[in-house]
Design a protein around this ligand. Sequence first.
Ligand code: ASP
Length: 374
Amino acid sequence: MTKHTDRPTSRRQNRTLMLSVPLVAFALWSGGIGVQAAEPATTGSLPRILVLATGGTIAGQADPRATGAYKSGQITGDQLVQSVPGLDKLAKLNAEQISSIGSQDMNDKVWFALARRIQDAFDKNEADGIVITHGTDTLEETAFFLDNVVRGDKPVVIVGSMRPATAVSADGPGNLYEAVQVAADPRARGRGVMAVLNDKIQGARSVTKTNTTSIETFNSPNDGPIGYVDTAGGIRFMAQAPGFKRTTYQLPPGEQLPRVEIVYSHANMDAVPIEDAISHGAKGIVLAGVGDGNSSKQALDALEQAAKKGIMIVRSTRVRSGFVTRNVEVDDDKNGFVVSEDLNPQKARVLTQLLIASGVTAPAELQRAFTATW
Ligand code: ASP
């Protein structure tokens, strides 16, 4: 990534939180977390955590007109941080507002702003760790994107909640507390971007949302959590941090990644969605295939034609776990296809975008990037 000085300033708030100021807890959040579990620490030795707020249900508030309804992204990062008792004992916190959106509206512009701000904070040694507050719907994509573009071994933790701040038994305060716990812990270094929700620490490559409404929704189907965290028990990582350096990609200039479409496979599939993607200028197509990344003959023929035109074709799967394997039922070598290995379609899309943006044009090179982990 090139050195970035063009930080977005429009909605950013940058206020160092006064540790001596009494906590301004929201009524419904107060008492959500036991402050007694926090490790006592002296202010001088506290790690510096930069909180980057983007919106989501964790910043959501109830809609007074409807039972159960709420709006994402209503509360600022500052307010979120100040509403959680005991956070000031864990870290010296600084909150900045990057966006105030539900993550269904997450986009390249916010991704680039996040990536540039994090890199800048690390390059200038402004923070020992980062916590990003985010909606849960596309949290895994943002985690994976950042994992692939941010350099350095300091912890980056992404956190959200399934219930808004105004819900009975909101999960946001606990999740935010645990996210700061992890980001502030030296043992979290060198593990890439992590998602912390519901007492689990999960890696950016594996984590995915698996339930529409339950707080037990984030899981890593192929390899499980990399660790666990709770206010009483502290942090338990299941293994040492990997010794190797992550591959990271340059952000392209501007604020947009190349167009890559996901085409969802199903019974009675024809070529129309593929032709549609091509006619709208897709530089790559990720197949959310059936089974081992498969699709109908019509669809595979259309994808083969697209690959011949230089469009990157990546076979992923609509199945929740497992790997997509080369040259089993589909002749990837002959067709010029790439397989996504363990990456689900939404993450395969991000990696394909980054590789195309880096100038990769050969399927074999793209395949090496997908396979690099093994
Ligand atoms: N739609 C919300 C979002 O992703 C859902 C959530 O945060 O849980 O922003």
